[in-house]
Design a protein around this ligand. Structure first.
Ligand code: SF4
Length: 408
């Protein structure tokens, strides 16, 4: 599909992407609210100073590159600077502040409480069988987790104060009634997101999800070209589901992210910018770029990006976020960029993956399966993940060394 064709798409409730002085004002508001929260909670300038000093140290340890964008997305009255962080203002936005405060003052935070985001593979059901699916082997087997299990898992995560819970899959939209039921029974103390192909995301379902408390929808869209996306997703309806589903999500007031698996063939400047324009046309607030990994349906294939691809993607990532020409465009997220520079923050540190059987892993790619999330040993198991570190990161380093040796 050409960009000209996509210009006919007109979302009813487009998000506002703010940059420059407008986004600075929002950041000032956020920081001010954090100060007020800290002073109200701790009632001591010395304690607040200790917390801030520890936060600055942590930021220096984990962030070696300069800030890559100053944009924020404004959706339904809330500010989002990253679709993997809770929106502001909200009660759970301050949970991260509280956790970091406890770490700085008392160092008494459990491994589970320390997580920022948990992805729960909601179901094995999915109408697709995409080229890159990391759950390829599990797809469309009988579901093991019941609605009651999901409620218990969500309760356990919310009791530990997890601010972001993602429902992945399979495709959670294949069991949308269950998603709505679980959202309705959950506390208002986390941002919930659904990761989908766009299947079943009609106007009615988008509204139901919003009313049940969903924050956002992440739709897998792997090409701006209809035929190439459908080929990758092995279904000739996939592109229409993604685009129509995206529009329905935006119109329901949900935050929309388009997530792309960056194949080697896709990594050209033309493709990246065409994709960004399409995402803007549909009303997305974020574009999230994920690098392919040789797991699931990609197992045994040479899919990882080579330096020449990374160079094009890095350049796009910086330019699309910082260049004033793209100031109204969706915010681009590229976890691989930070992973290469700062290391992986998943592996039991900030992120946890729970598979379709309820067992914990470091992430959908590092399947170092540990105990069931409802078992009591989760603390020791998350600690084990932290000790083991990120297998994928080690693999990336080894592959980059091999490429360098080849080049030499
Ligand atoms: S839509 Fe998601 S779960 Fe379904 S086959 Fe594609 S990647 Fe796998």
């Amino acid at each position: 599909m050409s960009i000209a064709q996509t210009n006919t798409i007109a979302p009813k409730h487009e998000p506002l992407i703010l940059s420059g002085s407008k986004s600075k004002r929002k950041f000032v508001g956020i920081w001010w609210s954090v100060f007020v929260h800290l002073f109200k909670t701790h009632k001591s300038p010395i304690r607040v100073y200790k917390i801030l000093r520890s936060s600055v140290k942590m930021k220096k340890r984990y962030t070696k590159e300069k800030k890559y964008h100053d944009k924020v997305a404004l959706v339904d009255g809330k500010v989002y600077f990253n679709c993997n962080n809770a929106g502001w203002p909200s009660k759970h936005f301050f949970k991260i502040v509280d956790i970091e405060s406890r770490k700085a003052l008392y160092n008494d935070v459990s491994n589970l409480e320390n997580l920022r985001m948990v992805q729960l593979a909601f179901t094995k059901k999915c109408p697709l069988n995409c080229e890159h699916c990391y759950e390829g082997e599990e797809l469309n087997k009988k579901d093991v987790l019941t609605v009651e299990d999901h409620k218990k898992i969500v309760k356990k995560l919310q009791d530990a104060g997890i601010p972001m819970i993602h429902f992945g899959g399979g495709d959670p939209m294949a069991k949308v009634d269950d998603v709505v039921e679980i959202l309705n029974s959950a506390q208002d103390s986390s941002d919930f997101w659904v990761f989908t192909s766009g299947f079943n995301l009609n106007e009615k379902n988008a509204q139901r999800l919003k009313q049940a408390g969903l924050t956002g929808i992440s739709i897998g869209l792997d090409h701006h070209d209809r035929d190439l996306h459908n080929k990758f997703r092995r279904n000739d309806k996939a592109y229409d589901w993604a685009i129509e589903g995206g529009k329905n999500a935006v119109n329901a007031g949900l935050v929309l992210t388009f997530t792309i698996c960056l194949t080697r063939e896709f990594c050209t400047k033309e493709n990246l910018y065409a994709y960004l324009h399409l995402a803007k046309d549909v009303g997305a607030s974020f574009v999230q770029m994920l690098e392919p990994r040789a797991v699931g349906n990609f197992a045994g294939k040479e899919v990882w990006l080579l330096p020449e691809h990374s160079e094009v993607v890095d350049d796009f990532f910086i330019k699309a976020n910082r260049d004033p020409e793209y100031k109204d465009m969706p915010i681009v997220l590229y976890p691989g960029y930070h992973q290469k520079r700062n290391g992986c923050t998943a592996a039991g540190n900030k992120y946890l993956y729970i598979d379709t059987n309820g067992y914990m892993s470091s992430c959908p790619f590092c399947r170092n399966t540990k105990s069931h999330i409802l078992d009591e040993e989760h603390e020791a198991n998350i600690q084990q993940m932290k000790n083991d570190g990120c297998e994928m990161n080690k693999e990336i380093i080894v592959k980059e060394e091999l490429v360098q040796m080849d080049e030499n």
